[in-house]
Structure formats: structure tokens, C-alpha cells
Design a protein around this ligand. Sequence first.
Ligand code: NAD
Length: 263
Amino acid sequence: MDLEGKIAIVTGAGSGIGRATALLFAQHGAKVIAADITGKQDETAAENPAAITAVKADAGSEADVQMLVAKALELHGSLQVFYANAGISGGMEGIFDQSVEEWERILRINLIGPFLAIKHGGKAMADGGKGGSIICTASVAGLRSGAGGPAYTASKAGVINLVRIGAQQLTGSSVRCNAICPGLIETGMTEFIYNKARERGFEDKIGQLNPLQRGGIPNEIAEAALFLASDRSSYVNGHALVVDGGLSASHPYARQKFGQTAS
Ligand code: NAD
């Protein structure tokens, strides 16, 4: 029960990584505000109604993020964890085809959303005087190019540096601020990739670029979020934790069989 007595907000909690994390946090003793824009947060909360409260909210709206923080304080009296996870991919159009409006839409949710979590969640935690943990979902797409569209890639790179400035700005508050960089995870966002591969009988090719040679599941990211949310990561701050099966650990290369020596 790593999160016993802690109050957590999770955005994007209606599906994928956010849903798995809300359920795992609740399983580990937290009271959770599960937020999503779709209404699917109700299904997540229905799995553990004693611990999870569903709230409809737009993670990129300042008024909604303020409302989420106020809800946590109203229902539970304090806030210790804010997982700013909601995000959209925005498709794979190239840089010459994306509009300014599309960039604004993607950056608003993927980057301004985490900024608002730090601004309002971090403030509430700092005011509470007992520290806390802010976690933002970045991506391997934020480390280098090739894992998403241009605006998505830029937004996720922004999140990685945002948690560094967030940690610095929260100096003295004992509020930590970290990011998670997932690799390929089977969720609503990547459903089309998995569906297409399954339709063509190529499911076993998914994840072959990483050393574990498989895609990840939402719970593998939720476990990383649990670590960052809990006091077990009490000295981890301003960090981007990569959870990608080793995908980003190497440059593209011609694969050798295990044990084979280069000639
Ligand atoms: P998902 O589509 O299954 O879940 C995302 C959830 O966010 C959905 O329930 C959606 O309704 C919600 N959402 C979207 N916009 C919102 C908004 N404005 N306000 C509130 N909720 C909103 O996808 P996922 O993969 O679980 O995505 C979670 C995060 O993980 C995203 O930030 C995504 O960029 C990131 N990520 C995913 C992968 C992957 O391979 N799936 C890899 C790296 C990073």
C-alpha cells in the first residue's frame, strides 16, 4: 500500500495508461480523482468506487484543472499526487501539412496541460506543506524524432524540459516533478497500429525494434507512475524516466543474433 493516505489526480483516466494508473493508485491505497474529457472516466471509477471519483474535465483548460484541484481539496482535504497524463497524438501528417491550429490543439493538451498541473497542483501541494509528486507523461517521441508527428514530438520534448523547470521552480516545497517517457504501449492511442498489424498477420512484428522485442502494456507505465508517486522515489526529482523496453537505448543498427560476434 505505497500510496496509503495520499490523494491523487490522474488525467486521461478513461483509457489506456491513465485508466491503468488510476486503478493501480487506488489499489495501493490512494483516493483518486479520475479525470477525462470523454465520460469514460465513469467506467474507470466504477471499478473501484470506494477509492475513485470520476470527474469530467479538459486537461488543457486552466479552469478545469483548477476545478480538479479544488475537487481534491473539497473531497479529501489535501493533494499529494498529480499525474498529468492526458494526451493526443494528432496524427502523423508531416511538417508541411500540419496547420498552426493543429499545433495549437496538440500543444494545448500535451504541453499546456502538464504546465497547468504544475501551476495549480504544485501550488496546492506546496501550500499543503507536506510535499508531493507531479508526474507528466512525455514519450520516447520527446527524446528524438521518429515516434510521432511533428507537433506531438515537439510537445513531448517540451514536457521533458518542463518537469526540469517545474522541479527547479518548486525548490524548497518538497514537491517533486518528474516525467515518464513510454515507448510503444497498446492503448486507445495506438489501437490503429495494433489493429492494422493484426489484420495483416504482423502482430509479432510489433515492438521488434526494442531489445525486449514486444510492445508494452498500460500497467507497465502505471507501475512507473506508482514508483514516482510514492515515497519510494523520494530523491527522484526533475527526471524523465524512460520505460520503453530499451528502444531508445541504441541508435538504429543491423541486428546481430544474441551471442554472435562481429567479424
Ligand atoms: P489513450 O488514448 O488510450 O488515453 C488517453 C486519454 O486521454 C483518453 O481517455 C482521452 O479521452 C484522454 N484525453 C484526451 N484529451 C483530453 C483532454 N483534453 N482532457 C482530458 N482527457 C483527455 O492513450 P494513452 O496511450 O493511454 O495516452 C496517455 C498518454 O501516454 C498520452 O500523453 C500519450 O501521449 C502518452 N504516450 C502514449 C504512448 C503509447 O504508445 N500509447 C507512448 C508514449 C506516450
